[in-house]
Each structure stands twice: as C-alpha cells, then as structure tokens.
Design a protein around this ligand. Structure first.
Ligand SMILES: Cc1ncc(COP(=O)(O)O)c(C=O)c1O
Length: 412
C-alpha cells in the first residue's frame, strides 16, 4: 500500500513526540542498563503514584454487575454525569444542566481533539484555514490536533514578564498587523494550570478571556486537566465557567488522569456551552461509543467521595515535597528553577554549552539515562528549554541529580 493514498497531514506527521521518546528509551535501555544508567523517565506527564484504593474496590464491585458490560453512550451514564455536576458545583460553584451541558470523555485528549474536529472546516489551503489560538509553550498535542483537523494553530507567547497572562486585545492587534484575516479566527485555547510552564492564572484573567471570546464571537476552549494540582491555596485553580458570560462561549475539558494518577483509565469530561456540548456529542457518537460503564460508575463514586478529596490533598502535599526537593537538587547543580505553583512540570533552561534542547535531551538520555522532553515539542521557539515531569519516585529523582552531577550536566 502506498502511503500517498492516506490523508496528506497524516502522511507527513511524526508519531506523537512522547511515544517517539518512549520508543527511543526502550531501544537504548539494554545499553544504559549495562553501564548502570537504567532509564528514569521524566518525560510523560504520568504520575507513578498508586490510584485511590477506593476506586479499585468500587471497580471490583461493579465488575460483578451483569448490566454494566454493554455499550455505554458517548454522553455517559447518568451516574457519571450527576457526579460531574456535583463536583463542578462543589469545587467551583458552577451550576450545570446535566441534560445538555456535560459530556463524558475517553480522557480529555480525545475530547479536545474531537471538539476541534467538530469545530473547524477542513481545508488544506493554508490561506483559507480556520485559525485557533493556542498557548506557546503549550501541550504538545494541540498543534497536531489542529493540523489534522485542517486548521492552523497560532501560538500566543506566554511570558514571565506578563505573568503568563497575555493581554488578548494586544495579541489581536498583532495578529491583524501580521495580515491574518480575523474572520478565520475560530477559537482560543487556554490551559491554566499550564503544561509545561506550571503557571496558573487568576479569575480576573479568565474573565478577560471570556469577554474577549464573546466580543469576537469565538469559542473558548479551556483545558483544565491540572485543576487539582496546586501547592498553595492562594493559587488554587479556577474554572473559566465561574466567569460572567462563560456559558455563551466556553467549553471546558477535565480529566481524572492527573488528579487521581489514573492516566491509563481514560476518563474525563467536557462541560459548558450547550451547543458546543451537543456538537461534540454528535461528533463522538460517530467515532466512539462511550466509556466502559464499570469505570464510569466507579469514577462517579470516587468524585463524590470524601476519600477522593482526601487523596487529592495528600497527593498535593506529596508532590509539593517531591518537587521542592528536586528543584533544590537541580539548583544545587547551578540551575535556577523556581518551584511551580501548579502541575508537576519544570521548565528548565539548558546550559549555554549545548547547541539546543534536542542535543541536551539526547545526551542526557544517551549518557545518563534520564528522559526529558525538548522544549520545541511545546513551542517551536523554545530551543533553550526542556520539560521535566517530576513524576518519578523520590529515590529515582535523587538518582537523577546524582547522575547529572557525575555525568557533566551541571549548569556551569
Ligand atoms: C494540558 C493537557 N491537556 C490534556 C491532557 C490529556 O490528558 P488525558 O487525555 O489523560 O485526560 C494532557 C496530558 O498530558 C495535558 O497535559
């Protein structure tokens, strides 16, 4: 079969970077083991913690129910939808209509990708493509999801001097001055807490995003996958749906992956604007048939339980200590890293002597067995950064610092 018979975008696309890195890690493992440098992955955002015992027990119980083994629906089981409704009200004071404002997802990656496909009109003619603004740096999948949907991703720089909260009116002026037709702008993606920066935003900024989208009649896609990972009450993440007018423009995406260390369970939800939810539901009904009912029922119980809330609090204390220790370790090697306010990501500036982030990441893997992600995966201009996911065990994190010191990866 000729690959040319396939979709042009897919033909020219590489595998998702995290899986490419994983494959490279697997290929080098025998050599690394031989020199006592068994790989330690700080690449994917996948915590290695145990999932809550509570959901394991619940899932075991539900497995014995005869009526939970058939197809679910893309919308999700009522029990799951009601649990989301309760959670959104309790956590953010956001009231949702379970009839048409909530939808189950097979993880938020699936939801974001299908939502974008449902939103834009496919064309390969770049001059006519719909445009979606995305954070730069931002989740590595956004650009590719938008590309395969036949649209164009326009990166908005997130910079420290602006506290990672760019003035969207200024971005719009720049966008126009660069010759883009504003009628092509379809949506704004925001991601606070942000992967890979670990930064967050305040409610006032979310209102700015909502007002901007309503003013320009575009969709606000709020990716809130990390809303439960914070280390200081004063930076507790908000929902964009708390803002005035949010339900006119916003669909927000949630995930159980990071909150409960359940990346493999593939559970999440979308909520917000009813038209957006209806269109996504229509799209999903043609490409999937929902989530295994057992998982939905168990997750619904977890989201409503005090055990789930206790787990989140304990995890945040654990991560705070783990990340702080690792930040201190890196800084003892001459790096100048600040403790992130949210998420488990560190955005690490690389030493001058490396030509770019790809060289640094390659050498760190090949010499020390430490797996990190080059910054260019998140922003094509981020050539001097790598992302480290602080998800390994405490022992492994100590070992990373030791190896970096021994193998010549100190900052200066
Ligand atoms: C910003 C962001 N959004 C969405 C996702 C997707 O998560 P999941 O599909 O596991 O819900 C990730 C995963 O790393 C992410 O970093």
């Amino acid at each position: 079969m000729q690959k040319e018979i396939f979709n042009n975008n897919i033909q020219n696309m590489r595998n998702y970077i995290m899986f490419e890195i994983k494959a490279k890690q697997a290929e080098l493992t025998p050599m690394l083991k031989e020199k006592n440098r068994t790989p330690i992955a700080l690449s994917m955002g996948a915590p290695v913690e145990k999932v809550p015992e509570y959901i394991i027990e619940k899932a075991k119980q539900y497995l014995d129910f005869d009526n939970l083994h058939t197809y679910s629906t893309p919308k999700g089981e009522n029990a799951f939808i009601e649990a989301v409704k309760i959670r959104m009200a309790k956590r953010f004071n956001v009231e949702l209509n379970s009839k048409n404002e909530i939808l189950s997802l097979i993880g938020s990656k699936e939801g974001l990708s299908n939502f974008i496909r449902a939103l834009v009109n496919y064309t390969e003619d770049e001059s006519k493509q719909d445009i979606i603004w995305i954070p730069a740096p931002g989740y590595a999948s956004y650009t590719q999801m938008i590309k395969i949907a036949g649209a164009y991703a326009y990166g908005i720089p997130l910079i420290e001097e602006e506290n990672y909260m760019p003035d969207l009116d200024k971005v719009y002026e720049k966008f126009i001055s660069e010759g883009f037709n504003p009628n092509r702008l379809k949506a704004l993606v925001i991601n606070y807490p942000n992967n890979p920066l670990g930064c967050c935003c305040d409610l006032e900024y979310l209102q700015h995003c909502v007002d901007f989208c309503n003013k320009h009649n575009i969709v606000l896609i709020s990716d809130n996958a990390y809303c439960d990972m914070y280390y200081d009450e004063s930076y507790k993440p908000h929902s964009a749906l708390e803002c005035n007018g949010a339900k006119d423009c916003c669909v927000e995406f949630y995930s159980l992956s990071k909150t409960y260390a359940m990346t493999g369970w593939r559970l999440g939800w979308a909520c917000g604007n009813s038209t957006g939810i209806t269109m996504l539901s229509r799209m999903k009904s043609t490409v999937d048939t929902g989530i295994f009912k057992v998982l939905q029922y168990a997750a619904a119980d977890l989201m409503k339980s005090s055990e789930g809330d206790v787990y989140i609090d304990k995890q945040n204390i654990k991560f705070k200590n783990k990340i702080q220790k690792f930040v201190d370790g890196l800084n003892s090697l001459g790096y100048q890293i600040k403790m992130p306010k949210t998420t488990f990501y560190l955005w690490v500036k690389i030493p001058e002597r490396f030509s770019d982030c790809v060289e640094f990441a390659d050498k760190l893997l090949e010499i020390s067995g430490v797996v990190v992600v080059p910054g260019v995966a998140f922003d094509k201009n981020a050539t001097r950064y790598v992302r480290m996911s602080v998800v390994a065990s405490d022992n492994d994190l100590e070992e990373v610092i030791k190896r970096m010191k021994e193998d010549g990866f100190s900052f200066d």
